[in-house]
Design a binder for this molecule. Structure first.
Ligand SMILES: [Zn+2]
Length: 251
């Protein structure tokens, strides 16, 4: 960035660079640029031109090139900030060097009333209460930067969208969702394990059974008394199905 800066006569004897950085900082602080946003700090002065004197002015003017960081709030941007003031119509939230307005209508889906005594904004259904110092996660919905009158710059935000709200509550509900998902996962694992165990037991049981070739049922052992229900003796069953037909499960 390029700008011209005045060094007052009182600082003539000092090292030029820090003096210019101070003067720039004082000149730009709080200044708003539509494209760059709000100046926050001058980070480096890397070129200083020749000093110029203006008649009738004791200072010296320098054309300088420098780097600065600025804050440019953008619509739809998520932002986490602290509530710096509660007023009847909403809460002012610090975002970068600016205070943004979270209007009462943008706090929650319930009706919000102003508790003047405790300087709080409270939901009628008890869903939310905001006080100074609370951290909130919001989304910027309007940005109006006023270059001529930076103090008139306005940022509007909302909290009436998913994942927005008081930060501890956002975290709490995210934690709850995580915990719920973890619980469901464990339940599912348990159910799957139970099912696998059941299937295994079924298989094992089947392996310990021998099929009666007369009725197709499975038994640990095909006994003479079972065969008598088919009007057969063990010998007759052997004769019919072969001498080495299984009469006992191999387990
Ligand atoms: Zn049978």
């Amino acid at each position: 960035m390029v700008d011209s800066v005045r060094v007052p006569p009182g600082r003539f004897g000092e090292e030029l660079k820090p003096v210019i950085a101070d003067a720039l900082q004082a000149k730009l602080e709080g200044r708003v640029d539509r494209d760059l946003g709000v100046y926050v700090a001058v980070t480096d002065v890397y070129r200083i031109g020749e000093g110029k004197i203006v008649p009738g002015d004791g200072g010296v003017y320098y054309e300088v090139e420098f780097d600065a960081v600025s804050f440019l709030p953008e619509v739809n941007e998520m932002s986490e900030g602290e509530i710096v003031e509660i007023v009847e119509f909403g809460a002012f939230v610090g975002v970068g060097p600016l205070d943004a307005l979270l209007h009462v209508s943008q706090i929650a889906d319930e009706y919000i009333s102003y508790d003047e005594k405790q300087s709080r904004l409270v939901g009628k259904e008890g869903g939310i209460a905001l006080s100074e110092g609370d951290a909130v996660r919001t989304r910027i919905v309007t940005v109006s930067l006023n270059e001529r009158n930076p103090r008139e710059s306005k940022i509007g935000m909302t909290m009436r969208q998913p994942a927005l709200g008081k930060v501890e509550e956002v975290y709490r509900s995210e934690k709850m969702a995580e915990r719920r998902a973890e619980y469901l996962r464990l339940m599912e694992e348990e159910r799957a394990a139970e099912e696998a165990a059941k299937a295994e037991a079924e298989e094992a049981r089947a392996a310990e059974r021998v099929e009666c070739l007369e009725c197709g049922e499975l038994y640990k052992q095909i006994t003479g008394s079972h065969l008598s229900t088919h009007d057969m003796t063990v010998e007759e069953y052997r004769e019919k199905h072969g001498e080495d037909v299984a009469l006992r499960a191999v387990a």
